[in-house]
Design a protein around this ligand. Structure first.
Ligand SMILES: [Zn+2]
Length: 476
C-alpha cells in the first residue's frame, strides 16, 4: 500500500504515470484502483492527518478511507488530464466519489457500471459473471486445464446484453463497449490462453456488434462450426465443447418427471445410454426429450462423419422429493437464484463450484423450503447438502430443521440438528446432513437451514452475515 498521507507518494504516482504515457500513446490510461485494502490507512498517522486536513468524512455508505482513495485517484486523473490523457479504472474507483471525467470498467457484476452511467461517466462493461475468460468452460473440470474457478460456458457469454434495462436512453449512451478479461496466472503457455479465449471471443464479438433482437444462439453455433475451420487453418488451439452434446435438465412438477433435452452444434446425430456405459454408433438415437422417472447415468455423444465427440455425462439422482414443487419462504441472493426452489429437487447434485447453477445461495436469509410431495407419502429421513467456501464468505448452516404437514399450513417438527460455528481449520467442502425420525405419512415437508448471521472473529468478514449454499433435498 502506498501511504496516501505522504506528499512524496503523489510525486511518485506522477512520475510513474509520466513514464507510462511516454511508453504508450493510448488515449486511455488504466490506473487499476481495485482491491485496495484500507486497513493500513486506518492505522497510519499521516493518512489520518490527510483525512483531517481534507475534511473527509464517512457518509453515504463510504468510509473516510474510501474517500481518501478517491482523493488519490482524482489526483492521478487530474495529472493524466494535464498530459492530455483519459483515466480508466475498475469499478472500485466509484467508492468514495468518482474522479471527474474518469471511465469505469465494471467487473464486479454490472452494478458499478450502472451507477457510473447514471452519474454520466463512460463505462466499459466487463462483468466477471459473463466475460471472465479465465473461468472454466465446462463443468467436467477433471478434463480441463487447471483454472482459477468459476463456470462460464459459451452460451452464457453469448447471452450477455451489455445495455442494462435500468438505464434511460441518455444514460445508456455512456456504455461505450464491452471487454473480456483473461488473467493468465493459471495459463503457462500461449496455446492454453488461446484455448481459454476461443471460441468465447467469437461469442463476445456477436454481443458487441449484434442488436439483441437479432441474436440467435442456434444460428451462432451453426455458423461457428464453419468458422472453426479458419481456426484449424491458422493452427489455433480452441475449446471444442461446442461439438459435444449439451444436456439440459428440466423438472415437470405436474407429472413428477425429469425431462432431458440434448443439443449439439450443427444438429449432428446424438446417441446415448442411460446406464453409464459408453455410447457407441449403435446406441439409442436421440430424437426428442427423454422422460425420466428414476435415477439414470446419462452418457451422450455426437457423431459426425463416423467420428465420435467427447462423451457428456450427467447423473440424475431420484428420491421421493425429486421433481416435486418447492416453495421458498425466504428469498435467495439474486445472483444465485437459478431455477428457484426447483433447483433443490431437480435430480442434479451440486458439485464443488458454488456458482454452477446447482446450488441455491442465501445471504442474510435462511433456507425455508416447503416441498409438496403431491400425495401422502411415508417418510423417515431428509437430507441436504451444504457447500462451504470460507474465502468466498460461504459458511455452513447453524441449524437444520425438518417438519411435516398434511395441509401445507400447520407443521409439526420431527427432527432438528444444530451445528457449531465454523472454525478456521474446517476444510472447504460439501457437507451432507441427514436427519432421521420415526416413519410418518405426510404430504408436505418443510426444511429449514439457518445461515450464519454473524461471521466469527477469525474471518475477514467478522460480524457480517455469511452466504449459505444448499442443494438437493433428498426425502426417503
Ligand atoms: Zn499513510
Amino acid at each position: 500500500m502506498l501511504c496516501a498521507g505522504n506528499d512524496k507518494t503523489l510525486t511518485f504516482i506522477d512520475n510513474v504515470l509520466k513514464e507510462i504515457t511516454q511508453l504508450f500513446p493510448s488515449k486511455y490510461i488504466h490506473v487499476g484502483g481495485d482491491e485496495c485494502p484500507k486497513t493500513q490507512w486506518q492505522k497510519c498517522p499521516k493518512c489520518q492527518a490527510r483525512i483531517k486536513s481534507l475534511n473527509l468524512e464517512a457518509k453515504d455508505g463510504h468510509s473516510a478511507e474510501e474517500r481518501l482513495q478517491s482523493y488519490i485517484i482524482t489526483h492521478a486523473s487530474n495529472y493524466l488530464k494535464s498530459l492530455g490523457r483519459n483515466t480508466i479504472g475498475w469499478d472500485e474507483i466509484l467508492e468514495g466519489g468518482l474522479a471527474e471525467g474518469a471511465t469505469v470498467m465494471s467487473w464486479r457484476g454490472e452494478s458499478g457500471g450502472i451507477a457510473a452511467a447514471k452519474q454520466h461517466h463512460d463505462v466499459v462493461m466487463t462483468p466477471n459473471s459473463y466475460l471472465y475468460f479465465d473461468y472454466y468452460q465446462s463443468l467436467d473440470k477433471a478434463n480441463e486445464p487447471l483454472a482459477i474457478g468459476g463456470y462460464l460456458p459459451l452460451e452464457t457469454v453469448y447471452s450477455y446484453e451489455p445495455m442494462p434495462k435500468e438505464l434511460t436512453a441518455d444514460e445508456a449512451r455512456h456504455i461505450i463497449g464491452v471487454q473480456a478479461n483473461i488473467w493468465t496466472e493459471y495459463m503457462p503457455t500461449f496455446k492454453q490462453m488461446q484455448y481459454m479465449a476461443l471460441p468465447r471471443l467469437a461469442a463476445l464479438s456477436e454481443v458487441q456488434w449484434s442488436q439483441p433482437a437479432l441474436k440467435d444462439y442456434n444460428s451462432f453455433t451453426n455458423r461457428l462450426t464453419e468458422f472453426t475451420h479458419l481456426y484449424d487453418r491458422l493452427g489455433y488451439n480452441y475449446a471444442k465443447h461446442l461439438y459435444n452434446v449439451a444436456i439440459h435438465v428440466d423438472s415437470d412438477n405436474k407429472w413428477r418427471e425429469i425431462l432431458i433435452h440434448m443439443t449439439t452444434a450443427g444438429n449432428a446425430e446424438i446417441r446415448y445410454t442411460l446406464d453409464g456405459t459408453e455410447p457407441t454408433a449403435n446406441s439409442t438415437l436421440y430424437t426428442g426429450a427423454i422422460v425420466l422417472q428414476k435415477s439414470a447415468k446419462i452418457r451422450a455423444a455426437a457423431f459426425r462423419n463416423g467420428k465420435r465427440s467427447s462423451v457428456t455425462s450427467q447423473d440424475i439422482s431420484f428420491n421421493k422429493a425429486t421433481a416435486c414443487p418447492v416453495e421458498l419462504l425466504q428469498p435467495t441472493h439474486k445472483n444465485y437464484t437459478y431455477k428457484g426452489g426447483a433447483t433443490l429437487t431437480d435430480g442434479l447434485l451440486g458439485d464443488k463450484g458454488f456458482g454452477t447453477g446447482r446450488w441455491l445461495g442465501f445471504s442474510g436469509n435462511d433456507l425455508e423450503a416447503i416441498i409438496d410431495l403431491k400425495q401422502n407419502t411415508d417418510v423417515s429421513s431428509v437430507s441436504l447438502n451444504t457447500c462451504v467456501d470460507k474465502g468466498s464468505w460461504i459458511f455452513d448452516a447453524r441449524n437444520i430443521e425438518v417438519s411435516v404437514s398434511a395441509d401445507g399450513k400447520s407443521f409439526t417438527k420431527v427432527a432438528s440438528k444444530s451445528l457449531p460455528a465454523l472454525e478456521e481449520q474446517t476444510p472447504d467442502n460439501i457437507y451432507t446432513y441427514e436427519l432421521t425420525f420415526p416413519q410418518t405419512t405426510t404430504r408436505y415437508v418443510k426444511v429449514t437451514a439457518t445461515s450464519e448471521h454473524n461471521i466469527p472473529e477469525w474471518h475477514g468478514g467478522k460480524g457480517k452475515p455469511a452466504f449459505l449454499f444448499v442443494d438437493e433435498i433428498s426425502v426417503k
